[in-house]
Design a protein. Structure first.
Ligand SMILES: *Cc1c(COP(=O)(O)O)cnc(C)c1O
Length: 544
């Protein structure tokens, strides 16, 4: 018998009455209730203090730890043998998590769309997890339902969706997009079933001719949703963008008319308000005109750009949302909320019925007719967190303008970094910053044509004053290598992406406390690392 089995057998209830009573007594000490509230306060504060201590000592976003090392540490924990107390568990957590986590509040974290979080939302997080309301039915939530509904109305008003608007909180932009496409699909199917010849048709046969139009730069969750909805990747018609990475309305017009002529049905047109890489906001109004001319659902994925609805300076970029049938907003990106907090909003509340299913034990149809506010009638989830509380307290403590000011700072910082990069001979900017991202690559001028550096793809057109740009293929190797080296050092975290098949670096700025100097330090780090990598590859004779 192993040590673990012996321990389990010793303490398993059933054999020893005394041990069983002791176990139950000590277990009930951990329940959150009237008796144990002092323990609750003390233990949660220990957790809060562990984070506070961490913040006080963090000087860079990451330690650079490798997966194998963390796996070793996590695997060495014996989950069948609890520690004596919270302090011991938090001490252990330091080594398996807190020490080496990625810290988004650090000014040198500039990778994905993760934001530093605001404290009012963390107050909300503490409350919502302790009270533990579940948003599916009124009899599990009461006031929580009203708070969520009020915030949905507030957001819908900011997006000018009109008096019949509604919506629901979701776990993220991907889920919001999935729900929007499910509604669009079911609406199209309901329409097809109006045709007497197809009334009894099974669903798969009705999906055959449905098509979704989205820009080439749209989020991958659109494709994933199409697949989950039984439409297949090939139901998506990828619409080309203009050079600024916004959907080209002329190309959309052409694609729609081509599909229509081929007897296909435009089920949904999807615009993006803030693409993940370039922050591009598609021409919403022009796209709305085209979508509606073809009887299509018009969805706007504003997972990133949604924060513009509270912006003091850039709110006009979201003007076109007034034409949308549905909008995705991620509060856990540009509203500085902790994960998760997102919403799907629709112009016409009756459209949410396309995802309504009834269960007698939970939300019987009779409850709907009696106007019992059961949010599960509008949601893909059943049991669901009261994430709305975080946004509620944020608006009540900080206010919407303050949130908008934080996003505006990030946008302005990106513009300043963009000017600096455009003037920097070692870097090439892939496009003007549009929201708070920068896509660029390290591609310095290198002295004269030198075959050892240039390899086979020396490009005459890049000759400049006797110096030439680093060849494309070398740039394709060195840029991902720079990113990996910096991640391994933990000094900064930057993103990478590809543009037209070429490798680029990306900074996503969401930290209003980061200064131009902070970002310049990241850029110097990229430059030094790039120069070292190039020097190393030429001295060791590695070909590019
Ligand atoms: C982040 C993002 C999503 C996905 O949101 P999640 O919250 O990560 O599921 C969808 N669309 C765009 C444009 C995004 O930037």
């Amino acid at each position: 018998m192993s040590v673990d089995e012996a321990w389990v057998n010793d303490t398993l209830p059933g054999q020893n009455f005394g041990a069983r009573v002791e176990l139950v007594l000590s277990a009930t000490n951990h329940l959150l209730n009237t008796r144990n509230f002092p323990r609750y306060v003390a233990q949660v504060l220990q957790g809060v203090n562990a984070v506070a201590t961490k913040l006080e000592r963090t000087t860079q976003p990451f330690t650079g730890v490798v997966p194998a090392e963390l796996k070793r540490r996590v695997d060495s924990v014996n989950l069948n043998r609890p520690l004596p107390d919270t302090a011991a568990a938090l001490e252990e957590l330091e080594s398996v998590y807190l020490r080496d986590a990625i810290y988004f509040h650090d000014v040198k974290y500039a990778s994905h769309l993760n934001c530093p979080v605001v404290i009012p939302a963390l107050v909300g997080e503490t409350i919502l997890s302790a009270v533990n309301s579940s948003m599916d039915t009124w009899d599990q939530s009461a006031g929580a339902t009203m708070i969520e509904r009020r915030l949905i109305d507030w957001a819908a008003e900011r997006l000018h969706l009109g008096p019949a608007a509604d919506g629901v909180f979701t776990s993220g932009g991907s889920q919001s997009n999935l729900q929007a496409l499910l509604i669009a699909r079911n609406r199209a199917v309901a329409d097809l079933r109006q045709d007497p010849a197809r009334t009894g048709s099974r669903l798969p046969s009705l999906l055959e001719g449905l098509r979704i139009f989205a820009s080439a730069d749209s989020h991958f969750s659109i494709k994933k949703s199409a697949s989950m909805l039984g439409l297949g990747f090939d139901s998506i018609i990828s619409v080309p963008c203009t050079p600024d990475h916004r959907m080209d309305p002329a190309a959309l017009a052409e694609a729609l008319s081509e599909a229509y002529d081929a007897g296909l049905r435009p089920m949904a047109v999807i615009a993006t308000a803030g693409t993940t890489d370039f922050g591009a906001v598609d021409p919403l109004t022009e796209i709305a005109d085209l979508a509606h001319a073809y009887g299509s659902w018009f969805h706007i994925d504003a997972a990133y750009g949604g924060g513009l609805m509270v912006s003091g300076r850039y709110r006009h970029l979201l003007e076109g949302t007034r034409r949308a049938d549905s909008v995705t907003v991620d509060f856990h990106k540009t509203f500085f909320q902790p994960v998760s907090s997102s919403a799907l909003l629709v112009r016409d509340s009756s459209m949410l019925q396309h995802v309504t299913y009834y269960a007698d034990y939970l939300n019987p149809e009779s409850a709907a007719s009696n106007e019992v506010p059961n949010q599960v009638d509008k949601s893909l989830q059943t049991t669901r967190r009261f994430d709305a509380l975080k946004l509620w307290l944020t608006l009540r403590i900080m206010g919407a303008d303050a949130i908008g000011a934080l996003f505006d700072e990030a946008i302005d910082l990106a513009a300043r970094v963009g000017s600096a990069l455009a003037a920097d001979e070692d870097f090439e900017l892939a496009g003007e910053p549009q929201l708070s991202t920068l896509v660029f690559r390290y591609r310095p001028l290198v002295p004269g044509p030198s075959p050892s550096i240039l390899g086979a793809d020396f490009d005459e057109a890049s000759t400049f004053n006797g110096a030439v740009r680093l060849p494309e293929n070398t740039a394709d190797q060195v840029n991902p290598a720079i990113r990996a080296a910096i991640f391994a050092s933990g000094q900064a975290v930057v993103a990478g992406t590809t543009v037209a098949g070429r490798h680029y670096l990306k900074l996503t700025l969401l930290n209003a406390e980061a200064t131009l100097e902070d970002i310049n330090e990241i850029i110097e780090l990229l430059r030094c690392t790039g120069a070292q990598l190039l020097a190393h590859s030429t001295t060791t004779g590695e070909s590019a």
